[in-house]
Design a protein around this ligand. Structure first.
Ligand code: 4AD
Ligand code: MG
Length: 477
């Protein structure tokens, strides 16, 4: 007999004589009702056991967490809560569980506890819903770019250059840590290292993506990136996935249009394809919010928030306008911000970004034209020579979800900027070549995939939207 998934069985609108299903026991109530889940849907299938027909020793083994194989008849459900259920004719225990020690008991666990049991946490409704939505989002990303004429490329994870120039890279080396070879100046001699030079894990695939945009036109990379920044926040990971499109002949306005259309498209896709998971997470978040003080509660429920993003235009605001708003804002005047905004040129902290999005504009915001000296070297200098064609997309509850820019396409200007920042031309000779041979206006951005998943699922800690989070002092699993 063909084994079917729980999701397939629950979608049946006819009853069936014989069905076969495998999964893990969520609960076994009154020696009669097994709630079985196999990950294919947030819903369990109810399996009704007539205990008189089964051995007591077998029934004892049906405990939370055990893997079992059920055969029986799919009938219309007598009880409430489901349309169909299985009247069990045979039970096979595939793998026993231990009810004494199994961590995922049928009760509410804290997310902290579940993080310590991350290998089992996808056996809960919340984490299985989050990971199904994440999978859908990943597919929607590839679908969006493929349907819009982009080519997918894999940018290298090991690199010699620091794209963001922030010096937050993890070094890759095979040299002996205790006794590395030294050069004549007494410095570590990386010429003797595996790659014959210093190599690191990449912080961004952008620079390599630019090379392909300048030949294939429209490309995107979607892969892991690494940052050794010591920020132990709910929005930072040391290893996260970034989606980076890069497009030739596109300026900053086009970049903003692309970012907005892209986010709306993938969120719409999830709204359409993960309705049950979203309904569950919507309810979960609503209940969690109830325990917060009124002033800190979100004004919208999860699904409402997602629809709000797909149905409304993002507000486009220049950095200069944003600074004026922030300078005159209540929290700035009452010194409620940790970092007060006194003058033009200040770097925006997440408290400022969230004020703009959540309190002032109350919608997603695209900030653009930032001061050159707080942004990376590759961004296109504006005619004012003070600002660059940068853009950050800011989201409610998240802060920065996208960072991008129009790229500096003028060889002389780019060289000047690199010199000012002590970035050696030898390191990026290939990047400069793009400006020598057929240079053109081009733009792109990076979207932090886990931050998008946080938004789509309403999870408030980035550690809860990636299977095995890597953060300072933590690389378990
Ligand atoms: O703003 P960032 O640093 O931009 C870049 O790396 C550009 N090279 C992208 C490009 O133009 N192709 O990072 C882009 C996004 C951020 O907006 C944020 O969503 C996410 O990556 N991000 C992180 N996500 C999780 N943990 C971290 N430590 C992150 N750092 C950045
Ligand atoms: Mg950024």
């Amino acid at each position: 007999m063909n084994t079917k998934s729980v999701s397939e069985l629950l979608e049946q609108d006819v009853t069936l004589q014989q069905v076969s299903v495998k999964g893990w026991v969520r609960t076994f109530r009154a020696n009669r009702f097994i709630a079985l889940n196999d990950g294919s849907t947030i819903n369990n299938i109810q399996c009704v056991v007539d205990f008189e027909n089964f051995d007591e020793a077998l029934l004892k083994r049906i405990t939370t967490g055990a893997a079992i194989h059920i055969e029986g008849e799919l009938v219309e459900s007598q009880g409430k809560g489901q349309n169909v259920e299985i009247v069990v004719s045979s039970i096979e225990v595939l793998g026993d569980s231990d009810p004494e020690t199994y961590p995922i008991q049928p009760k509410k666990h804290t997310f902290e506890f579940l993080r310590e049991n991350a290998h089992l946490r996808t056996r809960t409704n919340t984490f299985s819903a989050v990971m199904r939505i994440k999978s859908t989002l990943s597919f929607a990303v590839h679908k969006y770019f493929t349907e819009n004429g982009f080519y997918n490329m894999h940018t290298p994870m090991i690199t010699g250059s620091d794209a963001e120039g922030a010096g937050e890279m993890f070094r890759i080396t095979t040299l002996d840590a205790k006794n590395p070879p030294l050069d004549e100046n007494g410095d570590v001699d990386f010429k003797q290292d595996f790659f014959g030079k210093e190599a690191n894990l990449t912080v961004s695939g952008q620079l390599e993506a630019e090379t392909y945009a300048m030949s294939l036109g429209k490309v995107y990379t979607f892969g892991p990136t690494f940052r050794a920044e010591n920020s132990n926040t709910s929005r930072h990971l040391a290893e996260f996935w970034m989606i980076e499109p890069e497009v030739a002949f596109m300026d900053l306005a086009g970049n903003m249009d692309l970012a907005e259309d892209f986010i709306k498209s993938v969120i719409s896709y999830v709204l359409e394809h993960n309705q049950e998971d979203l309904k569950f997470l919507d309810e979960r978040l609503f209940n969690e919010e109830k325990s917060k003080p009124q002033t800190e509660r979100s004004e919208m429920r999860l699904i409402e928030k997602l629809k709000f993003v797909t149905d409304n235009n993002f507000k486009r605001v220049s950095y200069t306008e944003a600074i004026d708003i922030l300078r005159n804002s209540k929290p700035n005047k009452k010194k409620k911000f940790k970092y007060l905004i006194n003058e033009w040129g200040a770097d925006l902290q997440s408290e400022h970004e969230r004020f703009l999005v959540e309190k002032h504009f109350k919608c997603p915001v695209i900030l653009f034209d930032y001061p050159a000296n707080i942004k990376a070297f590759y961004m296109r200098l504006n005619d004012d020579e003070k600002t660059v064609r940068a853009m950050d997309v800011l989201f409610p509850g998240i802060g920065e979800i996208i960072g991008g820019s129009q790229r500096e396409e003028r060889l002389d200007v780019l060289k000047q900027k690199m010199a000012a920042l002590d970035i050696p031309e030898e390191e990026l000779w290939w990047y400069l070549d793009l400006r020598k041979y057929g240079t053109a206006v081009h733009s792109g951005f990076g979207l932090g995939f886990e931050r998008l998943v946080m938004f789509a699922t309403g999870m408030s800690n980035i550690r809860d939207v990636i299977p095995y989070p890597r953060t300072p002092q933590n690389a378990e699993f």
